[in-house]
Design a protein around this ligand. Structure first.
Ligand code: SAH
Length: 244
């Protein structure tokens, strides 16, 4: 069944009018007609089975019928990714959504090539991946921030798993504990971290330097690998329940 994220409140009897893009997708691309059923979620009210009640030139509207899944949030895990090349960054955002990252924070470091990106496009990719992967929320893609500033304002109580390609850090699997602590994973740019950055990161009490093995991984491989290890060792890949 088609599954869409909407901003609107979801409750029995409410009327959810779709924006032009989603209406076009539903009516023209997917050729749905009045009476068709669609799953909607908004990140707050769980997932609802809804029926298409209006379909025409003026757009589309749906009526929530029943809640199919209660709202649930996945683990509090952020991905901090240095601004790598666009297509690779788009892959990383999509995989981060599938692998349950709650937020994707874009990071400017000394060796990043760009200092800006198309955040709206990345957010659309995150939303589409969340719809496909069965999440009940959409990861927020945050605007690029300098690493210094991120560290200066680091959130109390959140661990920073620093993927350090220098090779002398402990294996990530040994460093990650299922302790329920909010966490963030940091992946550097194609050029890696420069020595001053590495020292600055290692000096932070909340930083946990980890190795992702003896080979140098590209940023997308590293992001996918680190998110996978974290979810398997400390995240929701053990939960008996279904999707969350
Ligand atoms: N140009 C660098 C590699 C950068 S790879 C070099 O050749 O040394 C991009 C990012 O992926 C790195 O900054 C790091 O965060 C992560 N990464 C890649 N391989 C890794 C490994 N074996 N262990 C830990 N992190 C790794």
């Amino acid at each position: 069944m088609i599954r869409l994220h909407v901003p609107d409140p979801l409750a029995a009897g409410a009327r959810v009018a779709l924006g032009a893009d989603q209406a076009r997708y539903l009516l023209t691309v997917m050729r749905q007609a009045v009476g068709a059923e669609v799953l909607l979620f908004n990140g707050r009210d769980g997932e609802w089975r809804t029926r298409l009640t209006e379909a025409g030139k003026r757009g589309a509207a749906l009526e929530p019928l029943e809640r199919t899944r209660p709202q649930d949030a996945g683990p509090d895990l952020d991905l901090l990714i240095a601004l790598v090349k666009r297509t690779r960054l788009e892959t990383i955002v999509e995989k981060a959504a599938e692998l349950g990252a709650r937020r994707v924070r874009l990071v400017i470091t000394r060796r990043t090539q760009a200092d800006h990106t198309n955040a709206a496009r990345l957010q659309a990719i995150a939303t589409e991946a969340a719809e496909q992967t069965g999440r009940l929320d959409v990861p927020q893609v945050l605007a690029p921030e300098r690493l210094d500033r991120l560290l200066d304002r680091w959130e109390e109580g959140r661990a920073l798993v620093f993927c350090d390609e220098a090779g002398d850090a402990p294996p990530m699997l040994d460093a990650v504990r299922p302790n329920g602590q909010p966490a963030a994973i940091l992946i550097g740019p194609e050029g890696g971290f420069d020595p001053a950055e590495r020292d600055q990161l290692r000096a932070q009490p909340f930083a946990i330097p980890v190795s992702l093995g003896p080979r140098i991984l590209r940023a997308d491989t590293a992001a996918i690998s680190a998110l996978t290890i974290w979810q398997a060792a400390a995240g929701d890949w053990r939960s008996a329940s279904g999707l969350s």
